[in-house]
Every structure is written in C-alpha cells, then in structure tokens.
Write a protein that binds this ligand. Sequence first.
Ligand code: HMG
Length: 394
Amino acid sequence: MKIGIDKIGFYAPHLYLDMTRLAENRNIDPDKFTIGIGQEKMAVPPMTQDAVTLAANAAVDMLNDVDKEAIDFVIFGTETGVDSSKSAAVYVHELLGLNPYARAIEVKQACYGATAGIQMAKAHIAMNPGSKVLVLGSDIARYGLSTPGEATQGAGAVALLISAEPHILAVEDESVYFTADIMDFWRPVYSDKAFADGKLSNEQYIAFFSRVWEQYKTKADLELNDFAAVCYHLPYTKMGYKALKTVLDEGNEEVQERLLTNYKLSTVYNRNVGNIYTGSLYLSLLSLLEQTNELTAGDRIGMFSYGSGAVGEFFTGILQPDYQDYLSIERHNALFASRSEVTVSEYEAMFDDALPTDGSAVELEIDSDPARVCLAGIADNKRQYVNKEKNTTL
Ligand code: HMG
C-alpha cells in the first residue's frame, strides 16, 4: 500500500517586510540579504496570528467534508507553541470541525517536528488504511531586532493531509535519521526569541546532511542520478544550496543541471516568506511542485529535514499520476499577491508588541486581519480563537 501526501495547504500572514528595506535600515549591503542569505521578503505576523491560527488557516480551505470525517489523528509540529500543557492540535481540531473520534498531539524537535509527524502518520495509516492524518508544521521564527538571525525570521504554516493511495507524493519506506546533542540553536522557556550559534548551526546542518545522505545511498542502493529533485529544510534559501553543492559532483552534467534548476524552484516560496521552522521543508516541496511543469509521475524527490539540537533525516517520495490536479496553485498565488508591505518601523513596533503575560485580559482587533482564523484575545488566561466563517469562538 502506498502512503503519503494527499494534499498540501499553506498559509503566511498578510504582512511582509522587504529585505532590501531592512538591509538599508541596518546599514548592510542589501546583496548580503538577497544574495548572500537569499531572502527577498519576510512574513510579519500581526498579534492576531500565532502558531495555532497559522496552522488552522493553512488547513481550512484544503479539507473537504470527507477528509474531516476520515481524519482521526492530528499531529502538530511546532517549536513556538502557545501552551506548555494543551496541544495546539486540540485547538485546530475544533477550529476545523474535525471528527471528534481523533487523537490530537503536539510534537517538538525544532524544525524536525513535522517530519516526525509524517513518519508517525505513515505508521498509523499502515495499521489503519482507511484513516487520514492531518500533519501541521507551524511556527513564528524570532531572533531579535538587529541580530544576525534577523534576516532569517519568518512566519507561516504548512498543512499536509497524509493518506493511503495519496494523490501527490507516496513516501518511500527507506529513510535514514540521526541524532546528536548540539547547541547550535535553542530557545529556553523564558525567552520568546531563539538563540543561535550561526556558524556552528550552518556547519552542523551540512554535517548532518552528509551523515544521512551517505548512509541513505548504501541502505537504499540509490545514487544522485536517481533523483529528479532534492528539497531541503530552508532556514534561508542559501543554506540548502550549500548542502546540495557538497554532493552535486556525484551526478553527471544533466543531473547537476536538473537538480540546480529544481533547487531554485523549490526556494521561490521560502525566499518570500522566511524561515517557518517546522514547515520550511514542506513549503520548499510545495514551491517546487507549484513552480514547475517539468516533473512527472514516477519522479523521485529527496527530502532533507533538519531540526537544530539536533535531528536530521533523509527520506524520499515518488510523484503520483496527475499530482498537479491536487495542488492549489491559484489559492497560493492569491495569498502571495494579496499581501501588504510594512515599513521597518512598523515591523519593529509589531515585533516589540507582546500579549500580556501577567494574566490580564486583552481583546484584539481582528477585522483588519483578513485571515479566516484569528486570535481574538485572552480572557481568564485562555486564548480566544475565532473561525470567522464557522462563527466559532474557543
Ligand atoms: P551572518 O554571520 O551575519 O552572515 O549571518 P555571514 O557574514 O555569514 O554572511 C552570510 C552570507 O552572505 C555569506 O555567504 C557571505 O559571504 C554573504 P556564504 O559564505 O555563507 O556563502 N555576503 C554577501 N553576499 C553578497 N553581497 C554581499 C555580501 N555580504 C555577505 N555584500 C547566519 C548568517 C545564517 C549565521 C545568521 O543569519 C543566523 O544566525 N541565522 C540563524 C541560524 C540559522 O539559520 N542557521 C542555519 C542552519 S540551522 C537550521 O537550519 C535550523 C533552524 O531552522 C532552527 C530549527 O531547527 O528550529 C535555524
């Protein structure tokens, strides 16, 4: 039985900051951000969006009533969750109106969470072929104003419907994963900003890729020439390129050209959103699939997942017949086209604005946020979520 990605949804907040404007404001050559790092625009979340709402917005237009009834497991990968106890998956389960006979959990290992979710989903469906699993990767990446990491911030979510006989990508069984205790990037519970040892994180990303790739080739008996494309976790779009470069000479000229072309296409969405942590690899996959007409059924796509701390995994998927018919290119084009630019000072004010942490109540203005699902405030220490169409307040 094939198991894999049946549908993919994506959401980013309606506001963005232009990286050239940011560079100019910080007295940095804009080429460093747009070429050296490889980012054009950074998604900026309003107060009315958090990891829960971003994920719900990524899934809300993607699911039909049959899906909602069949989903019996919601796995929410995030490292910027909103509660230390209750899982973000439970909120999303209600906001989307899913079948109550379902499991709902949150998974955390930096940017690796959603990949763990996919592998768990695969095992669940192998045991329960009629069921579907909703895997969410949703985060807000924050490093701080004027920090080296600032240019790699972002916000957004990817929703993946995992099922038997999937329409988009069948995930193959062979996979290699690797864990080592490394302090390359972390966020202590008292901080709303991540700490990063930038140089070490870049080195470890490449080292983990090398480890899992080498082992994968032996285990699966495959080589670079067997791949139509390789997608990477993209903290910024230059990072995956650095990893790809380390293996490119394993392929012949035609393969190198193909992989480089597809790599570029796989970075278009990420370049305009920034790091969305857990969802970044899947945003890259979505970008590739929605930007090319060249890939065909049977093509193998490699996927490198990396979550600082660190866990890395290399796995693969096979494109399914007519997969294009199951993408939502128009919806995602409309999402990008409808975004509005904010100035650097507006972004800075939004960055510094925070929800109360002393238990006081707050009501947020949700009319200026076009998103279907919004955070409307906090009352009695409970977040108040609204699905504007379902008219549900949690
Ligand atoms: P930095 O140290 O300020 O930048 O910040 P740099 O000096 O290394 O320059 C970056 C690149 O721009 C270099 O290219 C420069 O040469 C180039 P490279 O040598 O790397 O190819 N450059 C220019 N190019 C054109 N024109 C110019 C110019 N000037 C310089 N004028 C750093 C970079 C990534 C370290 C920083 O942004 C950072 O700390 N980011 C956060 C950490 C991060 O993203 N790490 C990536 C790997 S870890 C990971 O992926 C996991 C993560 O997603 C978290 C999770 O798992 O949850 C982060």
